[in-house]
Design a protein around this ligand. Structure first.
Ligand SMILES: Nc1ncnc2c1ncn2[C@@H]1O[C@H](COP(=O)(O)OP(=O)(O)OP(=O)(O)O)[C@@H](O)[C@H]1O
Length: 517
């Protein structure tokens, strides 16, 4: 029996700028603050038209550096995309993504606002005031809901990656929703890479030995199953963590000792035998040992043990459930990458082969995971490159060209030569070739998906022109980079890379070599 209880170590966020009561964001009005997380603040809100309650999560972008902005954009993109793809009574729904327009509040002007179903409390709120030593009220319903939501996520090809009581929302009519899919990543084969943002208390022990530098940690569905085991123990004991320790770090060290075999698993003595076995299975010491206990099998066992059909959720916000409002491209680099099929467009082509160790072997021409290409851009670049059937136009070549053009800055500009955006398009030239990369009905050279898709189409054509002209095949990447800076005619007439763009082309070739090493 242990005495660990969820501490408030993840509540130490710095004070944040706040929107005034009654502030309007498109068709919603915000009210009191519910709480703050790592990225932003969640407000009570209501739909202006009919007063339907919602929650509005506001993520400021103004003070962020480009790297942080890209990371935030990626988190939002994941959350929105997941919400759009998954529809389940135990997953919270994001109804819209809006841009905050608040010129008088510079810290919040341009912030991203996610409009969601509003819950009455989080499971963390309930556990914080629970009496230890017995299950919380509605424990079985909560566990059934969480397990069912998780099983649905995994079946849809996603890992939550940050399952913890703060991310389990409890609706006022008894609903149980998983929330905060910011860390949810799409499964590609058996696991997904996530940034190391998860809360220590619910991370599996193998997380500590599998960190992969800048790319974050390997997070597999079995990590969610571990987190479910911890959470189930907390729910059934009024908040006790299954591993001893006064702090999250101490508890995580205890979990690692258990995983190494130097300490036994000591679950709360008061647990029902079937539930104890279930939790022990979820807390199997490593990924492999946990594999047989899938979220689906866990959900089925929870159902069987607690014996109740999961309730169907009554939608809180029928009026606005119709669809998502995609943030405009200018708002934020990463968010601008949201399209109807977003990151998943060319998933297969972009997905390297997982190996037994969790590292990946890349097909030639793909963008390596440890490269400096912003993660949110990789699927866009990969999807665009694979639209060209000529083998020279690879994701690595497009990435190298974009890096040389703008260093991946969607707002880059060279007014003196009339070139703008991530792919440095001259608007007139762009218009002649424009592709609607994000399929939002507009072709915009400042939108990274549009600019990159158009770049791919154009360089694909250049590549074909140069092959027809009989230029040496081995020089095609250099010739394409030169043609993009000059024209097809210039390169063909010169019979190679014009001297004046040689330094630029050398840069592209250098980056390409880096991506292909
Ligand atoms: N849809 C919602 N309805 C009601 N409360 C919510 C909703 N979404 C989040 N909250 C609450 O708002 C607070 C802040 O949530 P947020 O998701 O920003 O951060 P977090 O989950 O606590 O931390 P982090 O996202 O950094 O891991 C939490 O207490 C959370 O339970």
């Amino acid at each position: 029996m242990t005495s660990g209880r969820d501490t408030h170590e993840d509540d130490l966020a710095a004070p944040r700028p706040r929107l005034p009561d009654g502030f309007r964001i498109e068709g919603w009005e915000v009210g009191a603050v519910i709480g703050s997380g790592g990225w932003g603040t969640v407000y009570e809100g209501r739909t202006v038209a009919d007063g339907t309650p919602v929650a509005v999560k506001v993520l400021p972008t103004g003070s962020l550096g480009p790297g942080q902005r890209a990371a935030l954009g990626e988190l939002v993109a994941r959350e929105v995309r997941f919400s759009a793809e998954a529809d389940h009574p135990h997953l919270v729904r994001t109804h819209a993504v809006c841009t905050v327009e608040a010129p008088d509040l510079p810290d919040l002007d341009g912030a991203i606002a996610l409009v969601m179903d509003r819950a009455g409390a989080s499971l963390k709120d309930v556990l914080d005031v629970a009496v230890t030593g017995g299950p919380i009220d509605g424990a079985a319903r909560v566990l059934r809901g969480v397990a069912a939501g998780l099983a649905h996520m995994h079946a849809a090809g996603w890992v939550h990656g940050d399952l913890k009581p703060a991310n389990v929302l409890l609706g006022t009519d008894g609903q149980v929703w998983l929330a905060d899919f910011g860390l949810a990543a799409e499964l590609d084969g058996t696991h997904a890479h996530l940034p190391p943002l998860g809360t220590l208390d619910h991370l599996p022990p193998e997380w500590w030995s599998q960190r992969t530098g800048t790319e974050g940690a390997v997070v597999r569905p079995t990590a969610d199953v571990w987190a479910f085991g911890v959470l189930a123990h907390q729910v059934l004991t009024g908040g006790l963590h299954p591993f001893p320790g006064a702090t999250a770090r101490a508890r995580s060290l205890a979990a690692q000792s258990y995983a190494r075999g130097t300490a036994p698993l000591r679950l709360d003595a008061g647990l029902d035998e079937d539930l104890r076995r279930l939790i022990a299975d979820c807390l199997a010491p490593d990924h492999t040992a946990r594999l047989p206990h899938t979220a689906r099998s866990v959900a089925d066992r929870v159902e069987a043990i607690t014996g109740g059909p999961a309730r169907r959720r009554r939608r809180l916000v029928p009026a606005v459930a119709a669809g998502l409002v995609v943030v405009t491209a200018a708002t934020l680099a990463g968010v601008a990458l949201l399209g109807p099929d977003g990151e998943g467009r060319d998933r297969d082509a972009a997905t390297p082969t997982p190996t037994a160790t969790g590292s990946r072997s890349l097909p030639p021409g793909e963008i390596p995971e440890d490269s400096d290409v912003p993660a949110a851009l990789r699927p866009v670049i990969t999807g665009a490159a694979h639209r060209c059937t000529d083998e020279e136009i690879t994701p690595a070549l497009l990435a190298a060209m974009i890096k040389a053009e703008s260093n991946f800055d969607p707002k880059a500009s060279r007014p003196e030569s009339d070139e703008y955006g991530i792919a440095m398009w001259t608007p007139g030239v762009f218009n002649a070739w424009a592709v609607d990369g994000d399929e939002d009905g507009h072709k915009d050279h400042m939108s990274p998906p549009d600019a990159i898709a158009t770049m791919s189409g154009y360089v694909c054509w250049l590549d074909q022109r140069f092959k027809e002209a009989g230029l040496p095949k081995k020089d095609l990447p250099a010739l394409v980079a030169a043609g993009y800076r000059t024209s097809d005619r210039t390169v063909i007439e010169e019979g190679g890379v014009p001297e004046r763009v040689r330094p630029h082309v050398d840069k592209v070739l250098g980056y390409l070599a880096d991506y292909q090493r």
